[in-house]
Design a protein around this ligand. Structure first.
Ligand code: NAP
Length: 520
């Protein structure tokens, strides 16, 4: 199958055979994708000129209804998406659920949110500020959707969720979407967009797609557009430093590499339910999607007095994880995405081993359950240990995008905070403690380095949503190494797609403005 591109309301074929998209278990091609020779500038213009005004003529409630219809179509075809997640990404059913259902769930969430915004086409922030002695002269802040197109560039690991977590917010705000999934895993994105296009839900040009390289896309962005990028730091730098991107001052948000941490509080002793919950969560994070989650736990910080117990408990649990072809019953972890990801992860592991000792895994005597293990892109879950992590460097700056994490011992609370900071800014961290004072201090010390902090105590240990799961209600993104971007966060997410403008004038006029708009 050769994947087509959907530009200016038409399916178009890229030149040549294109890049092969492979099954990471067998290395056999499952599809080909090409975006060679396409007129990307014309496609972006079509979205700006045709789709943007059509979407912005709709109210929030009407756009919310479109999101609900998209979710309905995707629900009907859900089984075929699970199949694509297996054949093109080697996902287990659990992995596919996070991606596919996570995408559909995010659409539904923003649909409900949009309905609550009602029959306005634009928004305001709550309240007014007095600007002079006279109460009559005041200011308000209005939020109007941008007049361009939102270019959404995604990483290979979430071809569904990455698409919809960005598109749902963009479409609800009234800004058309130009989706650029990673080529290697674009089959799922293509199938979803094909079903949505067939259902004829959105105004023409509201959702464009290229399956294949991005080519000169950045040369055609304009100041009224936005670019939301998820991927590696290197690609982010390349795209963000494009001359046209710099010149146009286009909004450019980056979600990049991240060395997310989890911290075990000194109060949590081996054998307690909270200790077990910590162990379970770390193993889940290391093995779900074969560790190819941007939010996965890479650095595990535990009190020095507990490190042996933690190493033992994690190793025992990791030993039970069956790795192989997810088509085999009992397999709990599939392969990495492709051979180059496998090679990069193995090279990264070699770097980390310069500063750590191997606790579990490493690949020797590893036999994945698959017909031809050598053809597949398998990697054994691997746990490393560093007893003097403040003296080390690479464990804090090398992201191995696979099932590899490093245990780090801390001697004191202040050492734990210092270790956290060494990550250089991350998407997510979790803190397991029953000590409320420690939990609150953790917020004070860790929030500035993270986009999200999960606090787990005995009350929420069984019912929390998970260290690595991004909830649409909460912001996603992180400072520093993580790219400095921000997405989602309920209403907050809409503001990225809008211009905030201060309006100064007669309070009576401003009141009418506020009455006509949705408050966000
Ligand atoms: P990547 O190689 O940096 O690619 C990211 C995206 O950029 C792909 O869609 C790629 O397309 C596209 N791209 C490359 N050149 C382009 C151009 N000239 N114009 C437009 N688009 C272009 O990253 P990846 O290997 O897919 O993903 C792995 C990395 O992503 C990891 O480092 C991980 O930490 C990070 N990640 C971060 C998050 C987060 O939320 N922070 C989430 C997931 C992953 P092609 O595939 O066609 O090259």
């Amino acid at each position: 199958m050769k994947l087509l591109n959907y530009l200016a309301g038409q399916w178009v074929e890229g030149e040549g055979l294109g890049v092969s998209l492979c099954d990471p278990v067998s290395a056999e091609p499952v599809a080909f994708a090409s975006s060679e020779g396409l007129d990307l500038a014309a496609a972006l213009d079509f979205a700006r000129v045709r789709a943007n005004p059509a979407l912005q003529a709709l109210t929030f409630a009407q756009r919310a209804d479109l999101l609900a219809q998209l979710a309905d179509v995707l629900m009907v075809n859900r089984d075929s998406y699970y199949q694509a997640a297996l054949s093109n990404s080697g996902n287990t059913a659990v992995d596919a659920g996070i991606d596919v259902d996570g995408g559909i769930g995010t659409l539904k969430y923003f649909s409900a949110l949009g309905k609550s915004l009602g029959e306005s086409c634009f928004a305001v922030e709550a309240g007014m500020d007095r600007l002079s002695k006279e109460k009559t002269f005041q200011s308000a802040h209005v939020l109007t959707p941008l007049k361009g197109v939102a270019i959404h560039i995604n990483a290979f690991n979430f071809p569904s969720w990455g698409l919809w977590e960005k598109a749902s917010v963009s479409l609800l705000a009234g800004v058309p979407v130009f989706a650029k999934p990673a080529t290697t895993s674009s089959l799922l994105t293509y199938l979803m967009i094909k079903d949505v296009v067939d259902a004829d839900i959105l105004p023409p040009g509201s959702l464009s797609l290229i399956c294949g390289g991005g080519h000169d896309l950045m040369d055609h962005v304009q100041s009224s557009d936005l670019v939301f990028f998820t991927g590696s730091a290197d690609t982010a730098i390349k795209l963000r430093s494009n001359a046209n991107v710099i010149r146009s001052n286009v909004r450019f948000s980056v979600e990049a590499d991240s060395l997310n941490m989890s911290l075990l509080g000194a109060d949590v002793l081996a054998g307690t339910p909270l200790f077990d919950a910590f162990i379970k969560e770390v193993v889940k994070e290391m093995t779900t999607k074969a560790g190819q989650k941007c939010t996965a736990i890479r650095r595990i910080m535990v009190p020095a007095s507990q490190i042996d117990a933690v190493a033992e408990a994690l190793s025992a649990r990791l030993a039970k994880v069956v790795v192989g072809d997810p088509r085999n019953e009992g397999v709990r972890m599939g392969p990495l995405m492709n051979k180059s990801q496998q090679q990069a992860a193995e090279e990264g592991l070699t770097v980390l081993l310069q500063e750590t000792e191997l606790v579990f895994g490493g690949g020797k005597d590893f036999s994945p359950v698959a017909e031809d293990p050598a053809a597949g892109c398998f990697m054994q879950p691997t746990l490393l240990r560093c007893d003097e992590p403040l003296q080390a460097q690479r464990i804090h700056d090398t992201e191995v995008f696979g099932p590899v994490s490093t245990l780090m011992a801390y001697q004191s609370e202040s050492e734990a905070w210092a270790l956290a900071q060494r990550g250089g800014g991350s998407l997510a961290c979790s803190v397991f403690t029953a000590d409320d004072v420690l939990a609150l201090r953790a917020v004070e010390m860790l929030a500035v380095h993270h986009g999200r902090v999960l606090l787990v105590n005995e009350t929420v240990q069984a019912g929390h949503t998970g260290h690595g799961i991004v909830m649409p209600q909460c912001v996603h993104g992180g400072p520093g190494r993580a790219g400095g971007g921000e997405e989602l966060g309920g209403m907050r997410g809409l503001k990225h797609y809008m211009q905030r403008t201060a309006i100064q004038g007669d309070v009576a006029v401003l009141k009418q403005l506020l009455d006509a708009a949705a408050i966000i």
